[in-house]
Design a protein around this ligand. Structure first.
Ligand SMILES: N[C@@H](CCC(=O)N[C@@H](CS)C(=O)NCC(=O)O)C(=O)O
Length: 219
């Protein structure tokens, strides 16, 4: 089976697919497009015009969660808990985490009011996640699972924002979440899912968006 991931460097949903592909040691090719100006061949195969899209031979598979479930299914490794109820519960939290990526978007692009609302919602969401998380290093315990891969792009972006501002998205009030973030960001497949310079590209994106966050940047 030939796999080709169509991606966009700054896309957090595509980053999740890269983490899962690499966690499962699956061979794939990666191609980049700009989803804001997609090439004609992509328009033909993508009904949503969104990345990531995984071409499995000639069949397009779209929606990051579906892509990741597919990768898990073709891999000998299972990135979900073996228990069906736990696995379904993890999938529920993965869907929940995608809404948190919506908060991250508003944090980067919004005016002050939108920024504050999105930040409040993000931190409240972490409180809810915490109630479901195990006491272990990762969400389910000591193994890095699909749910951790889903949260990785959120934590990476929070760390970048804190680096470029005076901790505008500090997790100091949520020490268990901070510890989970540190554990996830130290995993090699997570580290390697971001190309060199992606943090700078993210900074440029914050500047270009001219939202409230861009006024909080420090040298
Ligand atoms: N629900 C989709 C969201 C993917 C998504 O929002 N991708 C963005 C890039 S990060 C995109 O392609 N945006 C272009 C567009 O919406 O037209 C998924 O999980 O795959």
């Amino acid at each position: 089976m030939q796999l080709e991931l169509i991606s966009f460097k700054l896309c957090p949903f595509a980053q999740r697919a890269i983490i899962v592909l690499n966690s499962c040691n699956i061979d794939y090719k990666i191609s980049y497009i700009n989803p804001m100006d997609p090439p004609a061949w992509f328009k033909k195969i993508s009904p949503t015009l969104q990345v990531p899209l995984l071409k499995a031979d000639d069949t397009p598979i779209f929606e990051s969660m579906v892509i990741n479930e597919f990768i898990n299914e073709i891999s000998p490794k299972n990135l979900h808990p073996d228990d069906a109820i736990k696995a379904a519960n993890n999938r529920s939290w993965i869907v929940f985490s995608s809404a948190m990526l919506g908060n991250m978007f508003d944090i980067v692009t919004g005016d002050e009011q939108k920024f504050i609302a999105a930040k409040t919602q993000l931190l409240q969401s972490f409180d809810k996640v915490l109630a479901a998380k195990s006491a272990g290093k990762f969400f389910n315990g000591n193994e890095f699972n699909m749910i951790d891969a889903a949260f990785a792009p959120i934590f990476m972006r929070i760390a970048w924002i804190n680096k470029y501002t005076d901790n505008a998205l500090s997790l100091a009030q949520l020490p268990e979440i901070k510890a989970w973030s540190d554990a996830i960001l130290a995993v090699p497949v997570v580290k390697n899912s971001a190309d060199d310079g992606l943090d700078d590209a993210y900074l440029s994106n914050i500047e270009a968006r001219k939202g409230h966050l861009s006024t909080l940047l420090v040298d």
